[in-house]
Design a protein around this ligand. Structure first.
Ligand SMILES: Nc1ncnc2c1ncn2[C@@H]1O[C@H](COP(=O)(O)OP(=O)(O)OP(=O)(O)O)[C@@H](O)[C@H]1O
Length: 274
Protein backbone atom coordinates (compact mmCIF):
# COMPACT_ATOMS: atom_id res chain seq x y z
CA UNK A 1 0.00 0.00 0.00
CA UNK A 2 1.47 3.36 -0.88
CA UNK A 3 2.07 6.06 1.69
CA UNK A 4 -0.55 8.12 -0.13
CA UNK A 5 -3.33 5.58 0.29
CA UNK A 6 -2.26 4.22 3.68
CA UNK A 7 -4.91 5.20 6.22
CA UNK A 8 -3.59 7.01 9.28
CA UNK A 9 -2.38 4.60 11.97
CA UNK A 10 -4.47 3.90 15.03
CA UNK A 11 -4.62 7.12 16.97
CA UNK A 12 -3.88 9.10 13.81
CA UNK A 13 -7.31 10.27 12.71
CA UNK A 14 -7.95 11.65 9.27
CA UNK A 15 -8.87 15.27 9.05
CA UNK A 16 -12.44 14.26 8.28
CA UNK A 17 -12.59 12.09 11.44
CA UNK A 18 -11.47 15.01 13.53
CA UNK A 19 -13.88 17.40 11.83
CA UNK A 20 -16.75 15.00 12.56
CA UNK A 21 -15.65 14.58 16.16
CA UNK A 22 -15.46 18.32 16.56
CA UNK A 23 -19.02 18.82 15.38
CA UNK A 24 -20.36 17.09 18.47
CA UNK A 25 -17.55 18.18 20.81
CA UNK A 26 -17.55 21.30 22.95
CA UNK A 27 -16.17 24.32 21.11
CA UNK A 28 -13.10 24.47 23.35
CA UNK A 29 -11.92 20.96 22.39
CA UNK A 30 -8.66 21.11 20.46
CA UNK A 31 -8.11 18.78 17.55
CA UNK A 32 -5.84 15.90 18.48
CA UNK A 33 -3.27 16.90 15.89
CA UNK A 34 -1.98 20.41 15.38
CA UNK A 35 -0.75 19.98 11.82
CA UNK A 36 -2.53 18.09 9.05
CA UNK A 37 -0.83 17.84 5.69
CA UNK A 38 -2.88 16.02 3.11
CA UNK A 39 -2.21 15.23 -0.55
CA UNK A 40 0.43 17.96 -0.61
CA UNK A 41 2.07 18.27 -4.01
CA UNK A 42 4.45 20.69 -5.64
CA UNK A 43 5.88 20.43 -9.12
CA UNK A 44 8.63 22.56 -10.61
CA UNK A 45 8.50 22.55 -14.42
CA UNK A 46 7.08 19.04 -14.52
CA UNK A 47 9.32 17.66 -11.74
CA UNK A 48 7.30 16.64 -8.66
CA UNK A 49 9.41 17.41 -5.58
CA UNK A 50 6.63 16.68 -3.05
CA UNK A 51 4.13 14.13 -4.22
CA UNK A 52 0.69 13.72 -2.61
CA UNK A 53 2.26 13.75 0.83
CA UNK A 54 0.30 13.07 4.02
CA UNK A 55 1.79 14.02 7.38
CA UNK A 56 0.20 14.56 10.79
CA UNK A 57 2.05 16.18 13.68
CA UNK A 58 0.79 16.38 17.21
CA UNK A 59 1.11 19.18 19.70
CA UNK A 60 4.02 18.46 22.10
CA UNK A 61 5.57 16.36 19.35
CA UNK A 62 9.04 16.59 17.94
CA UNK A 63 8.99 14.99 14.51
CA UNK A 64 12.23 14.39 12.66
CA UNK A 65 12.15 14.18 8.87
CA UNK A 66 14.99 12.24 7.28
CA UNK A 67 15.71 10.98 3.78
CA UNK A 68 18.27 11.04 0.99
CA UNK A 69 19.37 14.21 -0.80
CA UNK A 70 16.63 15.56 -3.01
CA UNK A 71 13.88 13.67 -1.14
CA UNK A 72 11.85 16.86 -0.71
CA UNK A 73 12.57 17.61 2.97
CA UNK A 74 13.49 21.29 2.59
CA UNK A 75 10.74 21.78 0.03
CA UNK A 76 8.26 20.43 2.60
CA UNK A 77 9.33 23.11 5.10
CA UNK A 78 9.24 25.74 2.30
CA UNK A 79 5.64 24.73 1.59
CA UNK A 80 4.58 24.88 5.24
CA UNK A 81 6.08 28.35 5.77
CA UNK A 82 4.67 29.66 2.49
CA UNK A 83 8.00 30.24 0.77
CA UNK A 84 6.91 27.82 -1.95
CA UNK A 85 3.29 27.60 -3.05
CA UNK A 86 1.71 24.15 -3.30
CA UNK A 87 0.50 22.87 -6.65
CA UNK A 88 -2.21 20.87 -4.83
CA UNK A 89 -3.20 19.63 -1.40
CA UNK A 90 -3.76 21.07 2.01
CA UNK A 91 -1.73 22.17 5.03
CA UNK A 92 -3.95 22.86 8.02
CA UNK A 93 -2.44 24.17 11.21
CA UNK A 94 -4.75 24.75 14.19
CA UNK A 95 -7.55 24.53 11.61
CA UNK A 96 -6.14 27.34 9.48
CA UNK A 97 -5.44 26.53 5.85
CA UNK A 98 -1.86 27.71 5.35
CA UNK A 99 -1.60 27.12 1.61
CA UNK A 100 -3.71 30.22 1.00
CA UNK A 101 -1.74 32.52 3.32
CA UNK A 102 1.26 34.76 2.70
CA UNK A 103 4.56 34.02 4.46
CA UNK A 104 3.89 36.82 6.96
CA UNK A 105 0.40 35.59 7.73
CA UNK A 106 1.82 32.10 8.32
CA UNK A 107 4.28 33.56 10.85
CA UNK A 108 1.36 35.34 12.53
CA UNK A 109 -0.52 32.02 12.62
CA UNK A 110 2.27 30.75 14.88
CA UNK A 111 4.72 29.09 12.51
CA UNK A 112 8.44 29.77 12.92
CA UNK A 113 11.19 28.43 10.72
CA UNK A 114 14.94 28.37 11.03
CA UNK A 115 17.06 27.84 7.95
CA UNK A 116 20.29 25.87 7.85
CA UNK A 117 22.58 28.92 7.91
CA UNK A 118 22.06 31.25 10.86
CA UNK A 119 20.58 34.59 9.85
CA UNK A 120 21.35 36.69 12.88
CA UNK A 121 22.41 40.34 12.99
CA UNK A 122 26.16 40.02 13.53
CA UNK A 123 26.71 43.65 14.54
CA UNK A 124 23.94 43.68 17.15
CA UNK A 125 24.42 42.23 20.61
CA UNK A 126 22.78 38.97 21.63
CA UNK A 127 20.28 41.03 23.66
CA UNK A 128 19.43 43.24 20.67
CA UNK A 129 19.03 40.24 18.38
CA UNK A 130 16.49 38.81 20.80
CA UNK A 131 14.79 42.18 21.28
CA UNK A 132 14.21 42.76 17.57
CA UNK A 133 12.62 39.32 17.40
CA UNK A 134 10.04 40.18 20.03
CA UNK A 135 6.72 40.42 18.16
CA UNK A 136 6.49 44.14 18.91
CA UNK A 137 10.18 44.61 18.13
CA UNK A 138 9.78 46.18 14.71
CA UNK A 139 7.59 48.64 12.93
CA UNK A 140 6.07 47.87 9.55
CA UNK A 141 8.99 49.76 8.03
CA UNK A 142 11.43 47.32 9.62
CA UNK A 143 12.90 49.94 11.97
CA UNK A 144 13.80 48.81 15.43
CA UNK A 145 11.18 50.55 17.50
CA UNK A 146 11.00 48.49 20.67
CA UNK A 147 11.11 49.98 24.08
CA UNK A 148 12.87 48.07 26.80
CA UNK A 149 9.72 47.57 28.79
CA UNK A 150 9.95 45.16 31.73
CA UNK A 151 8.11 42.43 29.79
CA UNK A 152 10.64 42.65 26.93
CA UNK A 153 13.60 42.54 29.34
CA UNK A 154 12.11 39.59 31.19
CA UNK A 155 11.36 37.62 28.02
CA UNK A 156 14.84 38.27 26.58
CA UNK A 157 16.46 37.05 29.79
CA UNK A 158 14.26 33.94 29.94
CA UNK A 159 15.08 33.04 26.35
CA UNK A 160 18.81 33.78 26.77
CA UNK A 161 18.86 31.35 29.66
CA UNK A 162 17.07 28.69 27.64
CA UNK A 163 19.62 28.95 24.82
CA UNK A 164 22.68 28.98 27.12
CA UNK A 165 23.58 32.60 26.30
CA UNK A 166 22.74 34.49 29.52
CA UNK A 167 26.42 35.28 30.06
CA UNK A 168 26.80 36.72 26.55
CA UNK A 169 23.82 39.06 26.35
CA UNK A 170 25.90 42.20 25.76
CA UNK A 171 28.36 40.60 23.30
CA UNK A 172 28.09 41.31 19.57
CA UNK A 173 26.61 38.26 17.88
CA UNK A 174 29.64 38.16 15.56
CA UNK A 175 31.73 36.90 18.51
CA UNK A 176 29.58 33.80 19.08
CA UNK A 177 30.74 30.33 18.05
CA UNK A 178 28.90 28.64 15.18
CA UNK A 179 26.85 26.59 17.65
CA UNK A 180 26.00 29.64 19.75
CA UNK A 181 24.82 31.45 16.61
CA UNK A 182 22.49 28.53 15.88
CA UNK A 183 21.14 28.73 19.43
CA UNK A 184 20.69 32.48 19.12
CA UNK A 185 18.61 31.97 16.01
CA UNK A 186 16.52 29.37 17.82
CA UNK A 187 16.14 31.96 20.60
CA UNK A 188 15.00 34.56 18.06
CA UNK A 189 12.28 32.15 17.00
CA UNK A 190 11.36 31.44 20.62
CA UNK A 191 10.82 35.19 21.19
CA UNK A 192 7.81 34.86 18.89
CA UNK A 193 6.52 31.85 20.86
CA UNK A 194 5.70 29.82 17.75
CA UNK A 195 3.32 26.92 18.15
CA UNK A 196 4.95 25.14 15.22
CA UNK A 197 8.71 25.40 14.99
CA UNK A 198 10.70 24.03 12.06
CA UNK A 199 14.45 23.61 12.02
CA UNK A 200 16.62 22.56 9.08
CA UNK A 201 19.73 20.62 10.17
CA UNK A 202 20.22 22.48 13.45
CA UNK A 203 23.42 20.66 14.49
CA UNK A 204 25.33 20.80 11.18
CA UNK A 205 28.88 21.91 11.96
CA UNK A 206 28.45 21.72 15.75
CA UNK A 207 30.89 20.19 18.23
CA UNK A 208 29.90 17.07 20.19
CA UNK A 209 29.13 19.04 23.35
CA UNK A 210 27.12 21.61 21.36
CA UNK A 211 25.11 18.75 19.83
CA UNK A 212 24.35 17.36 23.27
CA UNK A 213 23.21 20.75 24.51
CA UNK A 214 21.13 21.27 21.37
CA UNK A 215 19.39 17.92 21.94
CA UNK A 216 18.60 19.00 25.50
CA UNK A 217 17.37 22.38 24.24
CA UNK A 218 15.09 20.88 21.59
CA UNK A 219 13.68 18.31 24.01
CA UNK A 220 12.89 21.14 26.40
CA UNK A 221 11.31 23.55 23.91
CA UNK A 222 9.19 20.94 22.15
CA UNK A 223 6.89 20.90 25.19
CA UNK A 224 3.75 22.88 24.44
CA UNK A 225 4.32 23.15 20.71
CA UNK A 226 4.86 21.05 17.58
CA UNK A 227 8.31 20.78 16.07
CA UNK A 228 9.60 19.47 12.76
CA UNK A 229 13.34 18.98 12.45
CA UNK A 230 15.20 17.91 9.31
CA UNK A 231 18.34 16.04 10.23
CA UNK A 232 20.94 13.72 8.73
CA UNK A 233 22.86 12.91 11.93
CA UNK A 234 21.27 9.66 13.10
CA UNK A 235 22.81 9.78 16.59
CA UNK A 236 21.22 13.19 17.05
CA UNK A 237 17.92 11.97 15.60
CA UNK A 238 17.89 9.18 18.23
CA UNK A 239 18.32 11.76 20.98
CA UNK A 240 15.46 14.01 19.94
CA UNK A 241 12.85 12.25 17.78
CA UNK A 242 9.48 11.30 19.16
CA UNK A 243 8.66 9.92 15.74
CA UNK A 244 10.58 9.81 12.44
CA UNK A 245 9.22 10.33 8.92
CA UNK A 246 11.38 9.11 6.05
CA UNK A 247 10.86 10.92 2.76
CA UNK A 248 11.91 9.52 -0.59
CA UNK A 249 11.12 11.07 -3.96
CA UNK A 250 8.63 13.45 -2.37
CA UNK A 251 6.63 10.71 -0.63
CA UNK A 252 6.54 9.17 2.82
CA UNK A 253 8.58 5.98 2.56
CA UNK A 254 8.29 5.00 6.22
CA UNK A 255 7.15 6.44 9.51
CA UNK A 256 7.34 5.41 13.14
CA UNK A 257 9.76 5.25 16.04
CA UNK A 258 13.48 5.49 15.33
CA UNK A 259 13.77 1.72 15.90
CA UNK A 260 10.92 1.01 13.48
CA UNK A 261 12.30 3.10 10.62
CA UNK A 262 15.85 1.90 11.22
CA UNK A 263 14.78 -1.70 10.74
CA UNK A 264 12.58 -0.98 7.70
CA UNK A 265 14.29 -2.65 4.72
CA UNK A 266 13.05 0.09 2.35
CA UNK A 267 14.72 2.75 4.50
CA UNK A 268 17.95 0.75 4.70
CA UNK A 269 17.91 0.37 0.93
CA UNK A 270 17.40 4.01 -0.02
CA UNK A 271 19.01 5.84 2.89
CA UNK A 272 20.54 4.22 5.94
CA UNK A 273 22.48 1.57 4.04
CA UNK A 274 24.50 4.24 2.19
N1 LIG B 1 12.48 26.03 -6.66
C1 LIG B 1 12.81 24.87 -7.23
N2 LIG B 1 12.85 24.73 -8.57
C2 LIG B 1 13.17 23.56 -9.15
N3 LIG B 1 13.46 22.43 -8.48
C3 LIG B 1 13.45 22.50 -7.14
C4 LIG B 1 13.13 23.71 -6.45
N4 LIG B 1 13.19 23.47 -5.09
C5 LIG B 1 13.54 22.17 -4.97
N5 LIG B 1 13.70 21.59 -6.18
C6 LIG B 1 14.06 20.20 -6.44
O1 LIG B 1 13.23 19.39 -5.62
C7 LIG B 1 13.96 18.25 -5.14
C8 LIG B 1 13.83 18.19 -3.66
O2 LIG B 1 14.70 19.17 -3.10
P1 LIG B 1 14.85 19.42 -1.53
O3 LIG B 1 15.85 20.52 -1.36
O4 LIG B 1 13.53 19.59 -0.93
O5 LIG B 1 15.48 18.04 -1.04
P2 LIG B 1 16.04 17.66 0.38
O6 LIG B 1 15.39 16.40 0.76
O7 LIG B 1 15.90 18.81 1.31
O8 LIG B 1 17.57 17.39 0.05
P3 LIG B 1 18.92 17.72 0.89
O9 LIG B 1 19.02 16.66 1.94
O10 LIG B 1 19.98 17.59 -0.15
O11 LIG B 1 18.79 19.11 1.43
C9 LIG B 1 15.37 18.40 -5.65
O12 LIG B 1 15.51 17.60 -6.80
C10 LIG B 1 15.48 19.87 -5.99
O13 LIG B 1 16.41 20.10 -7.03
Amino acid sequence: MSARTRPPERGVPSHRDVAQRQESAPVSTRPEFALYIEDLTVSFNGFTAVDELNLYVDRNELRVVIGPNGAGKTTLLDLICGRTKATAGSIRFKDIELTRLSEHAIVRAGVGRKFQTPSIYETLSVRENLEVSFPRGRTVFGAIAFRRTPDVVERVEQVAEEIYLSHMLEQPAALLSHGQKQWLEIGMLLMQEPELMMLDEPVAGMSVSEREKTAELLNRISAGRSMIVIEHDMEFVKDIAHKVTVLHQGKVLSEGSMAQVQSDPRVIEVYLGH
